[in-house]
Design a protein around this ligand. Structure first.
Ligand SMILES: O=C(O)[C@@H](O)C(=O)CO
Ligand SMILES: [Mg+2]
Length: 252
């Protein structure tokens, strides 16, 4: 039976993070994850997680200046990228969060590729002694045109080349349906390197109860593969979150 993580970057995004954590617990989620929680006191976040009895599965490195979408593949920006990796790892350690998504940024070409690899090696090393997983996530080219990491094939190549036990793929069904499709086979083939799975309707990124993907089929297939960790609900509710949660009953 699938279990679910509320992505608090989109769900209950209007609430301060500790309140959003409590709202997710009340709604029946099994875990939470977030985008950029750094303005919230990590002690208050940890206390809310403990009170709610929920783990925090992941958070992202900061994106950089306005208009940027991560720094780790940007040649010449290594010092800033690594400072953001350190900041994210410190916050993850302080809140007991299990994974950090290292955001690549808008860049292309060989220099970007080697910069990303070097920064990922740095992140994996710094994360290892804290038992934190480093995630990389392909983003679709409509929402993030020019983003360095475009699809799961590219991400799998990086993970194989770096060969670090704590480097994993964030498999976001929304982005990967847009970029590559064939999600059932792709999930099965990539399962050994997947660190987290996220979902939303395609193409509007709404609740997973409409659109071109049938999540009854996808979640049953994921279940049959033996995946039992919470799946990340990373969709845009377009208003209050509670009225959008009907899918939790039908997809469980
Ligand atoms: O899919 C997304 O957009 C997120 O998972 C993310 O962390 C980067 O924006
Ligand atoms: Mg995602």
């Amino acid at each position: 039976m699938p279990r679910f993580s509320a992505n608090l970057g989109f769900l209950w995004a209007e609430l301060p993070l500790p309140q959003a954590i409590r709202a997710a617990a009340k709604a029946g989620f099994d875990a939470v994850e977030c985008h950029w929680p750094f303005d919230h006191d990590p002690g208050a976040v940890r206390a809310a997680l403990t009170e709610a009895g929920l783990p925090m599965l992941g958070l992202n490195t900061l994106r950089g200046k306005p208009g940027e979408n991560g720094l780790s593949a940007l040649p010449g920006r290594e010092a800033e990228a690594r400072a953001e990796i350190d900041r994210a790892l410190d916050y993850a350690a302080a809140t007991g969060c299990g994974a950090v998504h290292v955001m690549a940024g808008f860049a292309q070409g060989a220099d970007a590729a080697s910069t990303f690899n070097d920064n990922l090696r740095y992140a994996c090393e710094r994360a290892a002694d804290r038992r934190i997983v480093i995630l990389i996530e392909p983003l679709n080219h409509h929402d993030a045109p020019g983003y360095f990491l475009r699809d799961a094939t590219q991400a799998a190549g990086i993970i194989a080349a770096l060969d670090r036990p704590n480097l994993r793929l964030m498999f976001d069904c929304y982005h990967l349906q847009i970029m590559q499709g064939d999600l059932t086979r792709r999930l099965r083939d990539l399962l050994p390197i997947i660190g987290h799975i996220q979902f939303a309707a395609v193409p509007d990124r709404g609740a997973p109860d409409h659109g071109e993907l049938d999540y009854r089929h996808i979640f049953a297939a994921i279940d049959a593969m033996g995946w039992d960790r919470p799946l990340g609900a990373e969709y845009k509710p377009g208003g209050a979150t509670e009225p959008t949660l009907g899918w939790m009953k039908t997809l469980r």
